[in-house]
Design a protein around this ligand. Sequence first.
Ligand code: C2E
Ligand code: MG
Ligand code: MG
Ligand code: MG
Length: 274
Amino acid sequence: YRAKRTGSGVAVFDPAATALQPGTVSLETDLYRALERDELELHYQPLFRAGTRELIGAEALCRWRHARLGMVSPAEFIPLAENTGLILPIGAWVLNEACRQLAEWHRTHPQLQMSVNLSPRQFWNPQLVETVRAAIAAHNIPPGRLVLEITESVLMNVPDAEATLRRLRALGVALSLDDFGTGYSSLSYLNRFPLTALKIDRSFLRSVTGNPDGTAEKIIQAVMLLSHALNLHVTTEGIETPEQAAFIESVGGDTLQGFLLGRPVPAGQFRLPD
Ligand code: C2E
Ligand code: MG
Ligand code: MG
Ligand code: MG
């Protein structure tokens, strides 16, 4: 059995996470070795300024190139990494590798920023702030060019999340609330925590056709107004059609992300402007 951390921090047995799921146990063993075998890599999805459509940076997305299974999706191995605690060394590796790549880009493109996803589990680690500080220092990147993406569950479930987020902000990094609209957090959280940005979840984009009378369109418009009133920058993820991009620009979105404008790719295929 594996212990699972609940919102209150109490360990309970999670029947869904036992060996009854075929493949889970060996995948777990393999994940232990993935780091030392150098099987993890980062792909980078470009982020664009709304309106001008100029490249402003990238989101680093982790990939596992499994020797036999091929590419394993983060939707599969990140939860496994969280349940086993492996997210700590993996998360530290991701931060370091993303900062290394940003430093490389900065030699010719110093305006670019890098977004890195943090798991709630990393916030239970008292070393988190030091891990972030060390990654920035090791690669000598301007801290303001690093954006840490957190989810609503960090705000809701992590003890002292507010203090940790303030210490991260004190390093100079930006903090973006990912997958906004999918969780259960209260709107007052937007004010209470020291966030700099939020990302509207792509589930809202799915039904956006650009008709301003549509429900998803109205919700997005309201989120834009609220966010900007609170001085939060808004990124919209999951943009797949020109109509969606045009709609987001028409309602004042700041940053665009989605397959229409660019898929996640290995660093070697990432297109930097001339
Ligand atoms: P996320 O942080 O919300 O990342 C955005 C996800 O949406 C990525 O999936 C990306 O490929 C996908 N996406 C972007 N644009 C579009 C689009 O236009 N259409 C569609 N259908 N999808 C789009 P990916 O790479 O599979 O990652 C899934 C999730 O895994 C991420 O969601 C994030 O929560 C987690 N993840 C990925 N890398 C890391 C990591 O290094 N650390 C942690 N803690 N989590 C990670
Ligand atoms: Mg993200
Ligand atoms: Mg997201
Ligand atoms: Mg999402």
